[in-house]
Design a protein. Sequence first.
Length: 333
Amino acid sequence: MKEHHINLTTPEIAGLWKTYMQNTSNIYVFKHFEPYIQDSEIKPLVDEQINLLHKFTAKIREIFSDENFPVPQGFSDQDINFSAPALYTDLFGLSYVYRFNQMVFSDYAVTITKVARADVVEFFYECLNLSGALFKKALNLMLSKGIYDRPPKMPYPHQVEFIQKRDSLLETWFGEHRPLNAMELGEIFYIIERNYIGILMLMGFIQVMRDQEIKDYLLKGKDLAQKQIDIFNKILKEEQHLGNLPVSMEVTDSTVSPFSDKLIMFLVSTSVTAGIYLCAYAMSLSFRKDLAFHYAALMVEIARYGEEGMKLMIERGWMEQPPESFDREAFQQ
């Protein structure tokens, strides 16, 4: 019996396309780290990450080719200067393995819930499992090297409690001043952590950037990341929790860019997209009105920053168009 060919659905196309773009860009970040890392424990993780990204992009290329679907251009050796000196230290390379897999692990998990074709489901399960295993290795190594700042702790409750019914439950629960709960504390910690790593990456980009317009844009991004750290550290301190402190990861003194301006802008763009999503997620878990206000205001500010970056990329011809549906309305006018 002849097997019926099932075309890719729009979520499958979107998931594969996004993963291809994301992975081809980050291959070159890790390829820059790889020759300069001296730490014998960190280097194998970077090598493993490069191998995984090559494996995943090759599989996507195969799926698209079998479908006669245009393979995205993505990024190539033209987007890296292999002779550029190291821009970041070994510990930042480790933290980037941790952070990258932390982000894509969530992406793969969400994508799996939206795809159905057997080969695509199997592919994203493999991505999820292998990236999750590498994330665990990076996390354990960060703990052993003392560069992972653990989230805030809290006293264990003595019993299960329920919110008491009041005249205006929504207003009092969302508006009253009460201690931060475990979900709120966790999300605040991870927003601060993400932005610390983001600032370090931006510091390197700013240091080597020659295009003044893009440099100004990156400086705005650094200020925006610092603003988020300041806001949420202030909240932690007001609640008698210690604010998160930056870990000992550094940018070198190199002024030679290892990456093309196009690649740098794409990496910042994907970070902006993740920032909006993660603020929205944190807001959905927050019950205090002050937290909801901060998240809502930051999402608007991050979105505006992202729009500015998108315009810069479009003006320079760097914005690759995601796959679009057929415009039927254009033929009905």
